[in-house]
Design a protein around this ligand. Sequence first.
Ligand SMILES: Nc1nc2c(ncn2[C@@H]2O[C@H](COP(=O)(O)OP(=O)(O)OP(=O)(O)O)[C@@H](O)[C@H]2O)c(=O)[nH]1
Length: 358
Amino acid sequence: MIPVTLLTGYLGSGKTTLLNHIMQQSTMADTLVIINEFGEIALDHLLVVHSTENLMMEMGSGCLCCTIRSDLVKTLQDITWRFSRNGERQFRRVLIETTGLADPAPIIHTLMTDPQITRYYRLDGIVATIDMATGNKTLSTHNEAIKQAAIADCLLLTKADLAAARDKAALLQRLTAINPAAPCRQVAHGQIEAERLLNLGLFSTEEKIPDVARWLREEAYSANAAHELSHNQHDHELTDDPHSHDHHMHDINRHDDHVRAYCFTTDKPVSKQIYTTLLELLFYMGSNILRIKGILNIEDNDQPMAMHGVQHILHPLMPLPAWPNEDRRSKIVFITRDIERETVEHIFKTITHVPKRK
Ligand SMILES: Nc1nc2c(ncn2[C@@H]2O[C@H](COP(=O)(O)OP(=O)(O)OP(=O)(O)O)[C@@H](O)[C@H]2O)c(=O)[nH]1
């Protein structure tokens, strides 16, 4: 059975940073990484450096509530032959980074119960990253974040350097109430030994199986109810087959009427000035900006820069070792709540001065 580790955690909480660290370690050399992103253009797989380059796979997601299960089943089936050479599988372990917006329950339910998956894979453990700087607010406003924290076997507390002592204490208290059993570890800039995240083994101990499974089933029912409700609201067409890929148009921006994802690109190198401008804009848009991330071609700079904004916090630009491919365009993804595309496009034009819609 191939062990599967699920890495979850709200938008911008440090999953990719963590992945980047652990994937450099020899323990992870034979791990296949699957990255599931929400948005028009997935960027995370460009930002992770795997020691074995060919063991990365991007799993696009359409409407999260509807397609994630079938996408997962298909991906896990595909990789067994796609990543085989001379009849031999090239990986011994799988790590799935879920999109920060995902409710992990349906994913875990699928991993634990889908007969096509359970023949070959076993859930090894669930790791959740929690941003200490924004965690309290995120838990108060986003249900998915609570579910991510509640279901994890291990909680990784990131960005302690950006959080005030009082907020950290309050967050810890809250997390202990949500998930008293999970160990909480502070992780600075993703630095942790990969061993600590593997073989969590909770799902192999007899007495834990029924509890977790029962909880998951309950979740799955409520996920289904929400799913049906959202479909009715949107007048989507449904078939009876829950694994069908075609049961409705995969419009990513309809999974939640409030959340929108946009990606804009520009050919021309951008100036560093965009940072100051973005800071000002973030101040005005406040908590309705959930996430900004991008890969930037900065003027007079050979290295690409990764750009990260998480709610109201804009992180310093991060140089990447090299461009991942021939494409040298700057790309910025915005995930927003209750902000229309035109507004975001205007922001993009303002910060790049070279409007070019993808
Ligand atoms: N100051 C500080 N920044 C951190 C730390 N960990 C991660 N970051 C920064 O937080 C930003 C977002 O981190 P990511 O790893 O991209 O977060 P993510 O969870 O993968 O984001 P999504 O894919 O959007 O869900 C980046 O700028 C990281 O450099 C930390 O411990 N301290």
